[in-house]
Design a protein around this ligand. Structure first.
Ligand code: SF4
Length: 686
């Protein structure tokens, strides 16, 4: 059989995959040596893709109220109910909740339908849970959501700082590249994390900071950069305010010894080339945007940005979180990095789309969207390629809200998920290996995902389903694509309009792309014109702010919400190495489940002894929001009082391992990202 070049559907590293179907529904998988992200490497999840493909558990036909239905009946019903709801209650009474695992073409069509035709911006994505604080921090500092650097910067750096990032488990191929560079050229690695994760195995320095004190630590670094006269104040906005806030920060809040702080400052400042990588430990916080800006401040102030081997670097959790940002999948963005709050941008997009009812303001972000569902303000909801009844904070409350919604459509590849059980209309979607499109990885590289396998039953591509609904709502001329290449070409043409308005996102060279060219499209960095800086941004000192200068942000660190007498432990949540999200695919592989087979609670020995919990006992973890029952893993990798539990496990009836049921609905006030890393809980033997 023919080998097809495609891209891994899991993390934001975006590895190239060589997939060879066996003709019987399975496929062999290898890393693509020609893909710049991974150069032939794959992690264990990517290597097991062949074991997780296939039709087990798949939804094969549309269902209406649980009975099998034809596509026409299902699509007519959706179009009619959305039209009726909009007519009766206005465009803001409907919402789409989508996913960083959608392909860019799916995202584009959903965004166009909601923001240009329905006339609301109530489309948000589970990427809100992953990198919204990075987006907001970039926009505050740079004037745009632009990742300045490239993966190769981790290999060119003298020092790599990893903040709130277990790169070894969550971005394994990037970690492998870092480890190889470290062996080749002695790269120093600093890990900043309240947990001692697998990534610490290669750390020259591990700073086990107090949870939530990242902003304080980087404020202290900024003050030290200033004290050592490294700051370039003329080049930056707001420098004095940022420095004043930094100098007012107390070292005590970090929980670190003076000697540890000194070692960190020395390593950072004695290295010309520093890359600071951050991930969910920074973003998933009720002060996540400030934490991001505290990091960006240090790179701006010291000029370590946008040049080979230096810069701040946000690594995204999902395969197309970046594509979603670019295409306007967030409720507060327009496509191609245009601003929904800018009348000129709205008008340009309206004109390009020939849109009858352009959204005029930001829509509801994820947590607020499900509050609106709960309160009956959202009366028709379409959930696409995600499982919010498990993964959103206060997951039980979210599940109850969806259950009470007047009309719920769920598009998914699986027949049974925690969210699917509330669907009035269930739509079978194609999954990885069955659909064609593009994704963008964490370094702004756009790659093709290609069709390798035959979809089960009547499954359809998400963009086709959305376009069909758009046609049935009366907008046939604007949703008439026949091939994803046509969607991509339209999107590329829109990026040319955006570039004319000053947007950095420009892929307009592909506006005339043919189906054959799309099929043959090689991975490429955007913007293609940025090659003068080796594909990096801001190394020339020019930013996308109105003044053209980088903008410092005065950050006053805020501690996380306090624990209480009733709920004395601060639960941290995250991922394990071999599973992905709610395990709809990785759960099919016994090999992947062997690493960590069941939901667990990593508990410090002191806490375990105090609670009378032996290793492998069951613990019940509770608070006002929910409960979970987890296997105890006694370990000094976590600090006393700060247990950890992974977020992958699902379940419809108690007891379950659904840890996001325990996470309160607090969000970052700027980005709207939920604070998934901090839940005050009680623990007792089960
Ligand atoms: Fe897939 Fe990420 Fe592993 Fe690469 S590192 S193979 S993209 S899960």
């Amino acid at each position: 059989m023919q080998t097809i070049r495609t891209t891994c559907p899991y993390c934001g590293v975006g590895c190239g995959v060589l997939a060879t179907p066996d003709g019987g529904g399975g496929l062999a998988v290898a890393g693509d040596p020609a893909h710049p992200a991974n150069r032939g490497r794959l992690c264990v999840k990517g290597a097991a893709l062949g074991e997780t493909a296939g039709h087990r558990g798949r939804l094969r036909a549309p269902r209406i109220h649980g009975r099998e239905a034809g596509w026409d009946e299902a699509l007519d019903l959706i179009a009619r109910r959305f039209c009726e709801t909009i007519a009766a209650h206005g465009p803001d009474s409907v919402a789409f909740y989508v996913s960083g695992q959608l392909l860019t073409e799916d995202y584009y069509v959903a965004n166009k339908l909601m923001k240009g035709y329905i006339g609301s911006a109530n489309i948000d994505t589970n990427s809100r849970l992953c990198m919204a604080s990075a987006v907001a921090g970039h926009r505050r500092a740079f004037g745009s959501d632009t990742v300045p650097g490239l993966y190769e910067d981790l290999e060119l750096a003298d020092t790599v700082v990893l903040v709130g990032s277990n790169l070894a488990w969550c971005h394994p191929v990037l970690y492998q590249r870092l480890v190889a560079a470290r062996e080749a050229r002695g790269t120093r690695v600093i890990v900043i994390d309240p947990r001692r994760t697998a990534t610490c195995d290669v750390a020259d320095l591990h700073l086990q900071i107090a949870p939530g004190s990242d902003a304080a630590l980087f404020n202290l670094l900024l003050a030290e950069i200033s004290r050592r006269s490294e700051v370039c104040p003329d080049d930056l906005e707001n420098i004095q305010e940022a420095l004043a806030a930094a100098r007012a920060t107390s070292p005590a809040v970090t929980g670190l010894a003076h000697s540890q702080l000194r070692q960190f400052f020395d390593l950072w400042m004695h290295s010309d080339k520093v890359v600071t990588v951050w991930s969910q430990g920074v973003n998933q916080s009720d002060s996540g945007t400030d934490k991001v800006n505290a990091i960006l401040n240090c790179h701006l102030a010291s000029g370590r940005i946008g040049r080979p081997g230096m810069g701040p670097f946000s690594v995204t959790g999902q395969p197309n979180a970046m594509g979603g940002r670019e295409v306007g999948g967030l409720a507060n963005m327009l496509a191609c990095h245009l601003e929904i709050g800018n009348p000129d941008h709205r008008e340009a997009v309206r004109t390009f789309w020939n849109a009858p009812r352009m959204a005029q303001r930001s829509g509801l972000k994820a947590v607020d969207m499900f509050r609106a569902v709960e309160e009956g303000r959202i009366k028709a909801l379409w959930v696409i390629c995600t499982n919010p009844a498990v993964t959103l904070s206060e997951a039980d409350r979210v599940a109850r809200a969806i259950a009470g919604c007047d009309f719920v459509v769920v598009s998914d590849i699986m027949a049974q998920t925690d969210t699917m059980r509330f669907a009035h209309v269930a739509l079978p979607a194609t999954g990885w290996g069955e659909k064609d499109g593009t994704v963008t990885n964490s370094e702004r590289r756009i790659s093709r995902q290609r069709r390798v396998l035959t979809p089960p039953g009547q499954a359809r591509d998400d963009w086709r389903i959305l376009a069909e609904v758009g046609r049935r709502m009366g907008w046939g001329a604007s949703f008439g694509w026949q091939h994803p290449a046509q969607v991509f070409a339209e999107y590329a043409a829109l990026s040319g309009v955006a570039a004319g308005l000053g947007s950095d996102f420009d892929i307009s060279a592909h506006a005339e792309i043919s189906v054959a060219q799309y099929d043959a499209l090689e991975p490429f960095l955007w913007p293609q014109s940025a090659t003068k800086q080796g594909g990096r941004f801001f190394g020339d000192g020019r930013f996308h702010t109105p003044s053209g200068r980088g903008r410092m942000v005065a950050v006053t660190p805020r501690p996380p919400q306090p624990v209480s007498e009733a709920y004395p432990f601060r639960l941290n949540t995250g991922r394990v190495r071999d599973h992905w999200h709610t395990m709809t695919r990785t759960g099919l592989s016994p090999r992947l489940s062997r690493h960590l087979a069941e939901p667990y609670l990593e508990l410090h020995p002191t806490d375990a002894a105090q609670l009378g919990l032996q290793p492998a006992a069951l613990a019940e973890v509770t608070n006002a929001h929910g409960s979970a029952v987890l296997r105890v893993l006694v370990s000094d990798r976590v600090a006393p009082g700060h247990p950890f539990a992974p977020m992958h496990w699902t379940g419809e009836t108690a007891p379950t391992g659904r840890v996001d049921a325990l996470v309160p609905g607090a969000t970052d006030p700027v980005s709207g990202q939920p604070a998934l890393k901090s839940a005050a809980v009680a623990i007792r033997p089960f």
